[in-house]
Design a protein around this ligand. Structure first.
Ligand code: ADP
Ligand code: MG
Length: 335
């Protein structure tokens, strides 16, 4: 029964979570998750659906169709949910050939088209004040520049997942600190974060600043799990004590390397996952206690000749059954 104490509980935990769409990669991950007391969320694609839609497009000094064609060519190769939204919106426009495209990590993309440098990137003050209103409403705003001259302004809306609010509340109730790390604008970060009840909100972060925030949490003796989609947050996922990737459309690398993949992007399973991990560790300890006590008692009884070999064999098996049954109770854990 002592040998069965740990593996049976881990197997039950992995089995029950997998059946419910939460893929825990290892027994070690369960142990790490049981000690977590802070959860850091990425925003775009994690707390929000990442099924972003373009709300408005304004062109300055060029035809709107030309703007759309530039956008399509520049964003075609980007993996970011924002890029997917923009290309979907611009579908069917004239095909321009980009001489080169590169991603500006954490801010947008840059492409050379017809010899001009086109940048599609998050709105910043150097682009002017046209977007102030939209930013205040918590919208994501993107600017398009051609050789540093502003030619377009896009506003995008992203729906916050229904489950996010529930997940954040559950975590806060469990005494787990909730943190949001996003590359999006501070105003947007605040609007979304506050509506969800997140404890600490950090906006306008570059990918390496997301790392710094994780480090800071770890220094403050927090055990942090990072939840993200792997787009611009892969280093943070790697640095955190444990990592959870959005499985359904997260970046492949993140899904492969994270400790846990949420197969249906169901973020409300994060609190129940932490509960399952804590329960599993408690089970293991209880199992070990059961095994030790019964073994110890049986050894003593047989020393004094009270326990004969047949009873000894029987008790040996009873304790194994007890441990296995105790572990099997985890199969009933609802996530
Ligand atoms: P989050 O941390 O919320 O997931 P990211 O760090 O991935 O956000 O991106 C930060 C911001 O950079 C986005 O809100 C967006 O304004 C801008 N951005 C990133 N990638 C692109 C892209 N391919 N096209 C346009 N803008 C982008
Ligand atoms: Mg993201």
């Amino acid at each position: 029964s002592l040998a069965l104490a740990t593996p049976t509980a881990i197997a039950a935990a992995l089995g029950t979570s997998t059946k419910q769409g939460v893929l825990i990669k290892s027994g070690e991950a369960v142990e790490k998750l049981s000690r977590i007391n802070a959860v850091a969320f990425d925003k775009t694609g994690t707390l929000t659906e990442g099924r972003i839609s373009v709300e408005s497009v304004k062109a300055f000094g060029i035809e709107e169709d030309r703007l759309k064609a530039l956008l399509y060519a520049a964003e075609k190769y980007s993996e970011h949910p924002i890029a997917k939204a923009i290309t979907a919106y611009c579908e069917g426009v004239e095909q321009l050939k980009a001489e080169s495209t590169k991603s500006l990590v954490g801010t947008g993309v840059e492409a050379v088209i017809d010899g001009k440098v086109i940048r599609v990137e998050k709105w910043n003050s150097s682009l002017g004040g046209e977007a102030d209103e939209a930013l205040k409403e918590g919208k994501t705003v993107i600017g398009v520049t051609e050789d540093e001259k502003l030619v377009g302004l896009l506003t995008l809306s992203d729906t916050v997942r229904d489950e996010s609010k529930f997940a954040v509340k559950e975590l806060n109730d469990m005494g787990v600190m909730t943190v949001m790390l996003t590359g999006d604008n501070e105003t947007v970060a605040k609007t979304v974060g506050e509506s969800l009840g997140i404890n600490k909100i950090y906006g306008a972060l570059m990918p390496d600043q997301k790392l710094e925030k994780i480090e800071e949490l770890k220094k403050n003796r927090r055990k942090v799990v990072m939840v993200g989609d792997g787009v611009n947050d892969a280093p943070a996922l790697a640095l955190a004590d444990a990592s959870i990737a959005m499985g359904a459309f997260g970046a492949d690398l993140a899904v492969e390397t994270a400790d846990v993949a949420l197969m249906n992007n169901d973020i409300k399973k994060v609190p129940s996952l932490l509960k399952l991990a804590r329960r599993t560790l408690k089970k293991i300890k209880l199992n070990i206690a059961i095994a030790m006590c019964i073994n110890f008692a049986a050894v003593l009884l047989s020393l004094f000749g009270i326990l004969n070999p047949v009873w000894g064999a029987l008790i040996h098996n009873v304790s194994s059954v007890l441990v296995v049954t105790n572990s099997a109770l985890l199969l009933k854990h609802n996530m």
